[in-house]
Design a protein around this ligand. Structure first.
Ligand code: SF4
Length: 271
């Protein structure tokens, strides 16, 4: 099975999501997940049109069928390019062609990624690095840097691809392992769940299991430590609860907050 940019992105958020996507499990996106997807799609279209307007009409090609067309044609910007190489595939938002910078130099192909968020995350950069990895494997030439266009103002950030390639290779080999097995990774609810298309199913299963990840305040490290002690459910955890012992001094003082009822001629007041 090919490792696509969608599986790569899903794995960065949650290994289980990557497995469910690869298995073509039915999605039931909630309202928020559908809204996020709509925002991403409309931003991508809008910024792609803006990039296309920066070059002459005959210098821009849209959705080329084969990269060979992309290599040979006289263009400067290709939008919505799908590249396949070995077990990798990426739908790249846009590819810029830079003419050779001198005699004997080769022209460069640079992937561009369009991100709706104003604040970039490491995952955004890794996704651009994945695009660059697939493109460079296909072209047989390295890609050192690539731009991320993001946010309300269409700001461009140049990302150093070279330093992210090691992580991209590690993640793709982990994805290959996930895809090669029939058993799904552990279900662990996380911050991405609110915008995940599998949220209703995962939530139901987590409640059935009474899973520890239902408690959003528990960090992954704490959860693993609890698992090592044999605690896997919220009920197990609740048995560990012991009310804090009161010191002798504080028990003499009584509770910190007390309600006192006072009867007065005008009625009852609380102090
Ligand atoms: S809902 Fe959460 S746990 Fe389930 S696949 Fe999506 S991100 Fe992973």
């Amino acid at each position: 099975m090919k490792i696509t940019e969608k599986l790569f992105e899903a794995y960065l958020k949650c290994p289980l999501k990557c497995f469910l996507l690869s298995a073509n499990e039915p999605m039931t996106p909630g309202l928020y997940a559908a809204w996020v997807r709509g925002q991403n799609d409309s931003y991508r279209n809008c910024q792609a049109n803006r990039l296309a307007a920066e070059v002459l009409p005959n210098e821009c090609i849209i959705s080329p069928q084969r990269i060979e067309d992309v290599r040979g044609a006289r263009w400067r910007l290709a939008i919505n390019v799908t590249i396949r190489e070995k077990n990798l595939q990426s739908n790249i938002h846009a590819v810029r062609k830079i003419p050779p910078m001198g005699r004997g130099r080769r022209r460069q192909f640079i992937p561009v990624r369009l991100i709706v968020r104003n604040k970039l995350t490491r995952d955004d950069k890794l996704l651009l690095a994945f695009d660059a990895h697939v493109l460079s494997e296909h072209l047989g030439r390295p890609i050192a840097r690539g731009p991320l266009v993001h946010g309300d103002n269409g700001t461009t950030v140049s990302v150093n691809i070279a330093i992210l390639l090691k992580t991209v290779r590690q993640v793709t080999s982990r994805i290959a392992k996930v895809l090669s097995t029939d058993s799904p990774p552990d279900l662990v609810l996380n911050r991405h769940c609110v915008e995940c298309e599998f949220q209703p199913t995962c939530n139901r299963k987590a409640k059935e299991k009474d899973d520890l990840s239902l408690m959003s305040g528990i960090l992954e490290k704490e959860r693993k430590n609890l698992n090592k002690k044999g605690i896997f459910t919220v009920t197990h955890l609740s048995y560990m609860f012991r009310p804090r012992r009161k010191s002798k001094r504080s028990s003499d003082k009584g509770d910190r907050f007390t309600l006192t009822w006072r009867e007065s001629p005008t009625g009852i007041s609380i102090t």
